[in-house]
Design a protein around this ligand. Structure first.
Ligand SMILES: Cc1ncc(COP(=O)(O)O)c(C=O)c1O
Length: 387
């Protein structure tokens, strides 16, 4: 492999949110969705080149950056996008807020399915709206939408926004066309705008799955949606703060821009550089990353199968995140208990589902082996106490 994913740069003592939480402890962080891999050489080289120009003033997207985004959307996801539809933003989460604020009035409800990436649950209240939670259901061997429950929630709350996580963090689902068409039909029935967060769309691990961007379900569907993208999850550049929303409807786009004006409308100069380099030159690196992550996932699946009281809610089809059901271990506070055993996991309660933890397996294999060994040791000690 020309790229070395086993290489493990030291992150403790740096500015990393992931590592700072457990500084000066023996806890290995495996929580926030940020990988312990160096960003691709093409991205780092582009950033170095940009620094050769010593002026770092306010930035706007160059034509070449916009062209790279348009080419990427068409090549990777079969979506031919009008450049006017694109609004660059400093990351994806601000766009969730922007859509929530652009649609409906203060006090309105916003529907999210659970478990889900925590800002889906916190952003409505921070934007003066009410979060309505609808649990996903396990059907025919996988987690999917419960359209009866969604219809009931929409009718009850008169919600005007649905936050869709596509692919799904933390369940790792890559939705089939019929499921996404179900979302579109649900939205149409209730006059709902869909905000599809597709930040994980280039991290599909299951060779049998294919990401379908919500924007390609048809013109009418696209006109009542916003689709959010960033290169940051795939290429590990989240600290550079750059994302973009694709909003085909001009009125929604205008309201979105207004909602973010003065708050979150500028993009980091390096964010643009990284985005363009990743999309134009990063594909060989991404393909190897996916192979490495598939190897990591196989290790996770094998080790968790051998860990009493812990199960994977569903083998993830995408993302480098595994959603672990630890309810059988009977821990009052699973995250604290695993921390005491030397692993820092994501807290299911933050995702709307206590009793679960989220494991980030985007790290060098030897580190992952140690993380899994520690998870197993914690589970075995709980098991032996019980028996
Ligand atoms: C579904 C989802 N959306 C958004 C984000 C964060 O995006 P950003 O850092 O661009 O705000 C994450 C990070 O884990 C995520 O999983």
């Amino acid at each position: 492999m020309p790229f070395d994913f086993d290489f493990c740069p030291e992150r403790s003592g740096t500015d990393s949110i992931k590592w700072r939480r457990y500084e000066n402890t023996d806890v290995i962080p495996a929580w926030v969705a940020d990988m312990d891999f160096a960003s691709p050489p093409c991205v780092r080289e582009a950033l170095r080149r940009r620094l050769e120009h010593p002026i770092l003033g306010y930035a706007t997207a160059k034509q070449s950056t916009l062209d790279a985004v348009l080419a990427y959307l068409e090549r990777q996801h079969g979506w031919k996008v009008d450049p006017e539809w694109i609004v660059f933003t400093p990351a994806v989460v601000p766009s969730l807020h922007g859509i929530i604020r652009a649609v409906g009035e203060a006090g309105a409800s916003v529907i999210s399915t659970t478990p889900v990436y925590p800002p889906f649950l916190s952003s409505p209240a921070l934007s003066g709206r009410i979060a309505k939670r609808v649990p996903m259901i396990f059907q025919n061997g996988c987690w999917t939408f419960d359209f009866d429950a969604l219809d009931a929630a929409a009718a009850e709350t008169q919600a005007k926004v649905f936050l869709l996580c596509n692919p799904y963090n933390p369940l790792g689902r890559v939705f089939e066309r019929a499921e996404l068409e179900g979302v579109a039909a649900f939205a149409e029935r209730h006059g709902i705008t869909v905000c599809s967060d597709e930040i994980h769309c280039d991290l599909v691990l299951d060779p049998a799955a294919k990401h379908i961007t919500y924007g390609t379900l048809g013109e009418k569907v696209a006109q009542t949606s916003a689709v959010l993208f960033a290169a940051s999850k795939t290429y590990n550049t989240a600290g550079l703060l750059c994302g973009y929303a694709v909003i085909p409807d001009s009125s929604l786009r205008q309201r979105f821009r207004r909602a973010l004006a003065g708050v979150a409308n500028e993009v980091n100069v390096f964010g643009f550089v990284a985005l363009e380099a990743a999309y134009s030159e990063g594909e060989p690196w991404r393909l190897e990353l996916l192979e490495y992550l598939r190897g990591n996932l196989a290790l996770v699946a094998a080790e968790i199968a051998d860990t009493p009281g812990v199960t994977i809610a569903q083998r993830p089809q995408a993302t480098y995140l595994a959603w672990l059901d630890v309810r059988a271990l009977g821990f009052a506070d699973p995250v604290k208990t695993f921390e005491a055993g030397g692993v820092g996991l994501g807290n299911g309660a933050d995702f709307g589902e206590p009793g679960f933890v989220r494991l980030n397996f985007g790290c060098p294999r030897e580190r992952l082996r140690e993380i899994l060994r520690r998870i197993r040791a914690v589970a075995l000690s709980a098991d032996s106490r019980r028996s």
